[in-house]
Design a protein around this ligand. Structure first.
Ligand code: 5GP
Length: 189
């Protein structure tokens, strides 16, 4: 079985990691996005099997029981997200490295498992206030869901120093350039 590397981007929701990951995918053809499975419904602009594998809770829990996930989390109450082993292998079999956009706990779990084959990057937003503004501005979540995201974000900010690198996203262009350098150096190792 082939094995490549893993580049993990974790951060509280709204910190900008998805934008940075999308940028890196345009710059590094050797990277492929790990499509997670989730039980949350798709947002208007998301596509099944491209952004996520959208599955129902019953299917998700069957897969948990069959140990199909390398990591999974109930990221928000009643809403599961997870990385399928088959997804990582699919990418490695294609001679590519895997890039993840994943929550903080899941990111650290992958880092513990893959150790030096993985680079774990924490994306730090300028402040909790900015994060809240970004999340509210998306307009995709109900007030209750937003509140849950705020509470989780506050907790997640405390995890930064457990990562290999903290990437400050105060200015998106600068953060993208720094991310390019980090990835390029890691892939050369
Ligand atoms: P969203 O609902 O905004 O797409 O994602 C919510 C959170 O779940 C984000 O922090 C996202 O990175 C995280 N997430 C997405 N996929 C996975 C996964 O496979 N595992 C874990 N642990 N978190 C994930």
């Amino acid at each position: 079985m082939k094995q490549g590397k893993l580049i993990i981007f974790s951060a509280p929701s709204g910190a900008g990691k998805t934008t940075i990951v999308k940028h890196l995918l345009t710059k590094f053809p050797c990277l492929s996005f790990s499509i997670s499975a989730t039980t949350r419904p798709s947002r208007g602009d998301e596509t099944n099997e491209k952004d996520y594998y959208f599955i129902n809770t019953e299917d998700f829990l069957h897969r948990v029981a069959r140990q199909e996930f390398v990591e999974f989390e109930e990221v928000y109450s009643g809403t599961f997200y997870g990385t399928l082993r088959s997804e990582i292998q699919r990418i490695w079999d294609n001679d590519q490295h895997v890039i993840f956009d994943i929550d903080v706990e899941g990111g650290l779990r992958l880092k513990r498992k893959y150790e030096d084959d993985a680079l774990a990057i924490f994306v730090q937003p300028p402040s909790l206030e900015v994060l809240k503004e970004r999340l509210t501005g998306r307009g995709t979540d109900s007030p209750e869901k937003l509140q849950e995201r705020f509470i989780k974000a506050e907790k997640e900010l405390a995890y930064a120093d457990k990562f290999d690198i903290v990437l400050k996203n105060y200015d998106l262009q600068t953060a993208c350039l720094e991310a390019e350098k980090l990835v390029s150096d890691f892939l050369k190792k």
